[in-house]
Design a protein around this ligand. Sequence first.
Ligand SMILES: Nc1ncnc2c1ncn2[C@@H]1O[C@H](COP(=O)(O)OP(=O)(O)OP(=O)(O)O)[C@@H](O)[C@H]1O
Length: 366
Amino acid sequence: MSRLQAEHLYKVFGRRPDEAVRRLGSGSGRDELRAEGTTAAVIDASFSVEPGQIFVVMGLSGSGKSTLLRMLNGLLEPTAGRVLFDGRDLTALGARGLREVRAHRISMVFQHFALFPHRSVLENAAYGLEVQGVARAERERRAAEALELAGLAGWEQSWPDELSGGMQQRVGLARALATDADLLLMDESFSALDPLIRRDMQDQLLELQKRLKKTIVFITHDLNEAMRLGDRIAVMRDGRIVQLGTAEDILVRPADDYVASFIQDVDRSRVLTASAVMTEPLSTGAGGCGCETVTPDTLVADVCAVSARVPHPVAVKEDSGDVVGVVPQSRLVGLVGLVGDERAEPVPCGAPVRRLPQQKEVRASA
Ligand SMILES: Nc1ncnc2c1ncn2[C@@H]1O[C@H](COP(=O)(O)OP(=O)(O)OP(=O)(O)O)[C@@H](O)[C@H]1O
């Protein structure tokens, strides 16, 4: 069962929202409604998030990301559609049931995390547990564990203003982790951080995720962040999800011109992996020569480096040692603009590699 399912979600602000949903369903546009003073913030959003996945919602300002996120934990009631959490219809829960789910099962991490200035880091991290009514000793133990996971061991007794912005954001993350919630909703959680710290937080989240396997819905307007973090990505435009897929799907098969223009500056070599660009091995002996190999999840940038060192297509091996494909240099050429040479064709390992004509000419004239 999916951890979270959104079924035909709509959120309309303004006059006669139900009528607006009907009109949107029969083809009216968002601009037409806006001219009448009605904002269709989210239009017909459907998706599911599996346990342990990071699901990223990406879009420009005003595309409807935050409104969508707030419907996922019941902070906003959908104008139409349903949200199922572990199969339970959140939209049908009363206020009390929703509060219960939010306190125990779903945590939020915001962009600007409001830490209490007169509470220690430990007390701040324990806040969610305090709300749940967990006894002091137990909540301090769990908060200390969460702080350690977030890389803040040793800072428990410090005050928030003694921490850098990145560290304060980690306290926010620790607070969410301490509650043991199954679902983390992260709204532009790293957007206020400097680029280097932001990248560091992304790494930390991915590292944590390997161990904790939470289900995470992560909102961002930054495509590179979306590509780094997302197992699946929903691209939003003007309230609608215009593409839903993996980073690879979006890069290799953009749904429309809008998505294509969005991704044009993305460094594909740092997003795509060997598994996205490999082909069937032409010979059964591929990978058996002792040359360097890569794994299916090696980034194309790193495959390029290996490709420059081996005299034939790079073999892609599973951890088990099975060869699952090869990456000829010709495949890397279009992707990252490398200059191709004859090594695109498989040659027996150890055979001399023919030089590029250009190189020959240089030597001939020397
Ligand atoms: N409470 C509200 N009342 C009226 N309109 C709203 C309300 N909340 C959001 N909107 C409108 O809904 C649309 C989507 O807003 P939303 O905040 O969800 O977008 P976003 O993609 O999260 O943008 P940002 O990244 O700037 O937060 C916008 O046009 C916004 O003005």
